[in-house]
Design a protein around this ligand. Structure first.
Ligand SMILES: [Zn+2]
Length: 500
């Protein structure tokens, strides 16, 4: 078992709030020459700058091996996050993006700019959707109260120093390669950082209060928060003495917090929340996905086998789906097909099953069947990003690039900010020899994932490849626009640096 996982297991109690910032290593290694602690800690981050820091961190984060690139999971978690934030005190105008992290530790963390990471371990341990939503609501509480921007961590002075050095690193990145993400440390550092920067007790209570209201307004069962906290307190006390005490030091989950929530719950009438079937399917998939060794995968499959005999029909089918996913990943296609067949016994099938059926047929070399399944899936779930991506993949593997490009167009209209679509389109355009269009598609992909200078580079290449005057002037305008945005970013960073 990799060391990271061994450590994570010991620290299973650590929840929530955790990571305030991913900081550049040099902030730890070379604290000299940084702005004085006092002044940096006093400054509140302007929202535009906070967003920029978040985008830059995410640009790195998406390349980290622990980042789970799964459109269905992203869509599900982000929809839950947006549903919650709609009930935020003072109106929910905050931009929330939620993503999954491959880590069995029960945890979630907030980054600048409304990005929230949810560990696979949190989903796997949640006993129902309301429990998952309760932790997410608490994290969103930190976002809407702007706790990072206000430096409301346990060591607010360190936060100030970290932000200041991150700003310095981003400026250096802009001056050098032209990309903000240069200088942002690897995402994997997050685990180490969250020990140092938990939120303050006051911030935790504020986030609880805001989170509780959002949870209630969105129709989840607020008892989920009590259940989740009890589990975490229990896990944390079990971990004491094993090096797991970090939980209580960085995440003050106090008796006080617990009784606050219990009091609020006791005043409410009972709520019955009907869990979305997708919750169970994604939970089953993540149980397999978070396993990093053969032994862990076998354990996960064993656990899922037990679940095929317990709970509701949806839960049992979801467990079969998880087993199918595990076998497919391991290349045992016949066993995967058998398990997937059993998962279809439940009528409330979800888009995940269509995606897996299409990928499985593809892996078995059954291109026509893969296409049939993916198309049927798209007819049934025309709002599933996972099905859309699977259908494009199947089309591309069948070398039907024209069709793939045609299919992607309306998808882009439906989700103009869903970056993977642009990359898929670029790959098909490239294969068809449409070099200018391919570069323009890639430019859009880079623009949406926070690499403005790489986007400019792609547009420049496109410009060199075309002799069409009209296209050239369009490209010039796009390049000008992106350069202006880069200038604005630099200006914002410099102003913040000077004022501190
Ligand atoms: Zn918190």
């Amino acid at each position: 078992m990799p060391e990271r996982f061994a450590r994570a297991r010991l620290r299973r109690g650590a929840v929530c709030a955790a990571l305030a910032l991913v900081l550049p290593l040099r902030a730890l290694a070379q604290p000299m020459g940084l702005p004085s602690m006092g002044s940096a800690a006093d400054a509140e981050l302007p929202p535009a700058l906070e967003q920029m820091l978040g985008d830059a961190i995410m640009e790195q984060g998406r390349r980290d091996p622990t980042y789970i690139s799964d459109p269905d999971l992203d869509q599900y978690l982000t929809a839950m996050g947006r549903k919650l934030v709609a009930g935020a005190p003072g109106g929910g105008t905050h931009h929330i993006t939620v993503f999954g992290v491959r880590d069995p530790q029960i945890n979630a963390f907030t980054l600048p700019g409304g990005y929230i990471g949810v560990n696979s371990g949190l989903l796997v341990s949640a006993g129902n959707e309301s429990e998952l939503a309760s932790v997410l609501a608490h994290e969103i509480g930190h976002v809407v109260q702007r706790h990072i921007a206000r430096g409301m961590t346990q060591q607010s002075q360190n936060t100030g120093v970290i932000i200041a050095s991150l700003v310095g690193a981003l400026l250096a990145g802009l001056a050098g390669s032209g990309d903000l993400a240069v200088g942002v440390a690897a995402f994997g550092q997050a685990a180490a950082i969250d020990r140092q920067l938990g939120f303050s007790r006051q911030a935790e209570q504020e986030a609880d209060r805001a989170g509780f209201e959002m949870l209630r307004k969105a129709g989840y069962d607020p008892r989920g928060m009590v259940q989740m906290f009890s589990m975490l307190m229990h896990a944390s006390s079990l971990n004491e003495g094993k090096g797991g005490g970090a939980y209580t030091s960085t995440h003050p989950l106090s008796i006080q917090r617990m009784s606050d929530i219990q009091n609020r719950v006791s005043e409410l009438p009972p709520v019955h929340h009907h869990d979305d079937p997708q919750f169970w399917y994604l939970r089953a998939k993540l149980r397999v996905l978070q396993a990093v060794s053969r032994q862990e995968r076998d354990d996960a499959l064993l656990q899922l086998r037990q679940e095929t005999t317990q709970g509701s029909a949806v839960q049992r089918s979801a467990a079969w789906y998880g087993i199918a996913y595990g076998y497919w990943e391991a290349g045992s296609y016949a066993q995967a097909a058998e398990a997937l067949g059993k998962s279809a016994q439940d009528p409330s099938v979800v888009p995940e099953t269509a995606v897996l059926a299409a990928r499985l047929a593809n892996s078995q070399g059954q291109a026509d069947e893969a296409l049939r399944v993916a198309r049927a899936g798209w007819q049934r779930w025309p709002h599933s990003q996972g099905v859309a991506v699977a259908l494009v993949d199947v089309l591309r593997q069948a070398r039907r690039d024209d069709e793939a490009i045609k299919f992607v167009e309306p998808c882009i209209r439906q989700w103009p900010k869903f970056a993977p679509l642009y990359r898929l389109r670029a790959q098909s355009q490239e294969r068809l020899g449409q070099k200018v269009q391919a570069r323009r598609s890639m430019a859009k992909y880079y623009e949406l994932t926070g690499s403005l200078s790489t986007a400019v580079e792609q547009l420049r290449q496109a410009r060199d490849l075309t002799t069409d005057f009209y296209v050239q002037s369009e490209l010039d305008a796009q390049i000008r626009d992106l350069r202006q945005r880069l200038d604005t970013e630099r200006h914002l960073l410099e102003r913040f640096k000077k004022s501190n």
